[in-house]
Design a protein around this ligand. Structure first.
Ligand SMILES: [Zn+2]
Length: 173
């Protein structure tokens, strides 16, 4: 992906504050940290979403996320670690290249878990049963391509920049 920001970081075309690298995965400091030590963990191969990743590559990626959780927590003397990962526009994904956020958290700072950005929903027993079935009947699909038409590559950077500005004040996981 010629225009992908994270691919350019992987290739070294754009500098980054790298904290970890192996043959498949790279981790570097987020340029807009939610707290000092906010680290992004990225597969070197371009996948837009976690759903597109082969299971073994997703497993290797998460092994690094786990390692980074330990290193970031200890390195930043944090009280806790939040791990965030968003897929597709509806989820607030800004850079269309799979990435995990590893964010140090502190007892002094307030807001609770990342999942609390959405209000809780009331579910009846019938809705819970339907929901359980809807999920269970789709288990066993190893890889799902993102169902979305390809956009012209030249339009991506401007759109991405605009979204970053819009999202600046909010959590963008
Ligand atoms: Zn990429």
């Amino acid at each position: 992906m010629e225009e992908c920001l994270f691919c350019k970081i992987v290739m070294g075309e754009i500098p980054s504050d790298k904290v970890y690298e192996d043959s498949e995965v790279i981790a570097f400091l987020d340029i807009n940290p939610r707290n000092p030590g906010h680290t992004l963990v990225v597969p070197k191969k371009h996948y837009e979403t976690i759903m597109e990743m082969p299971e073994n590559e997703a497993s290797e990626l998460f092994k690094v996320v786990k390692k980074m959780a330990v290193a970031v927590k200890k390195g930043m003397k944090a009280d806790g670690i939040s791990i965030g990962q968003s897929n597709e526009r509806a989820a607030g994904q800004v850079i269309p290249h799979v990435h995990f956020h590893v964010i140090p958290r502190f007892l002094s700072e307030g807001p609770p878990g990342l999942e609390s950005i959405l209000p809780t929903k009331k579910m009846t027993k019938e809705m819970l049963d339907q929901t359980t079935e809807a999920i269970k009947s789709n288990m066993g699909i190893a890889v799902e391509k993102t169902a979305k038409p390809a956009e012209p590559e030249k339009e991506e950077p401007a759109e991405t920049k605009k979204k970053i500005e819009l999202d600046d004040e909010s959590l963008d996981f």
